[in-house]
Design a protein around this ligand. Sequence first.
Ligand SMILES: Cc1ncc(COP(=O)(O)O)c(C=O)c1O
Length: 356
Amino acid sequence: MTQSDKADRNIIDLRSDTVTKPTAAMRETMARAEVGDDVLGDDPTVIALERRFAEMLGKEAAVFVPSGTMANQIAIKVHTQPGDEIICHEGSHIIHYEGGGPAALAGCMVKGLAGLRGQFSASEMLASIRHDNVHYPRTRLVSLENTHNRGGGAVWTLADITSVTDAARSAGLATHLDGARAWNACAAGNYTPRQLAASFDSISMCFSKGLGAPIGSALAGSEAFIKQGRRVRKLFGGGMRQAGILAAACLYALDHHVERLRDDHANAKTFADLIARIPGIKLSAQHAKGIETNIVLFELDSIVPMNAAELTQRLKTRGVLMLPTGERSLRAVANLEVTAEAIKRAAAEVANCVAK
Ligand SMILES: Cc1ncc(COP(=O)(O)O)c(C=O)c1O
């Protein structure tokens, strides 16, 4: 299904912000990209993207990788030794959706901390660090996620971040940010990528979520960290050859698709406001601070005579795609293919389907 197929068929795809197709202008930029063998360090477009990304984050270096998962897993592998423990939120992408990567690839244990909106405090983090004892794994790394996917797109404030990362640093831990949607966090939190990255030893960000590139993430950190990260990228099979075609899409996305993220946030809010009025539907507790970015999590209470899978099927027959996230919970994600008009139609279809 191409982007125009979806529009022609009136399909509103809210399953994720990863479903978007490259726009015609992005494809043209990709087609024109200068390329070379990036594993040999020859691809000028990849080099340009890595430099721009490192500079934007105020870090010494960056490496381009195929996915957010690989960026996180490279970071974990470089920061740790087998047998180490890393601290994440219990709802983190690293724990739920990366195939057990920390165990499989770095030989690490993961400790998950609780907390609404995917967040935890410095004191909760400190309390979870293992003492130096021959019986225990060595706690080595704390990783935050901003925005937080299962936390409903929740945004960390800079003050809350630095409180955790300062405490981590003074306890001798390395710090990583899973910033797959950090562009959304910056737009909503009113801070720059550089301000956000300042607290972390390493930071990964994706171009293939709200920014609409087809493929691509990057990992930034110190020169020494990224040098090691490049070795691990090769080890994981992520060394790509004429990858400038992909990097060109990411550069295009940085130039053209960052400012518009606020439109997605406004659309998500409109959608949430409309569905929250439907009897039997309530927004997830993760939205305690409202709709913060582009993700809306909602639930069906017992007066709705169907579960999330059934509602998803009904919506599909009306051209609206969403993801069930549990027996009675669903997720809708605003993205660059969904207009303000379409989002209202999607909410109206939810009302229609629930009423039947
Ligand atoms: C918070 C978070 N981190 C990492 C990833 C992984 O990105 P990818 O799908 O490119 O591996 C995702 C994907 O949705 C995500 O939501």
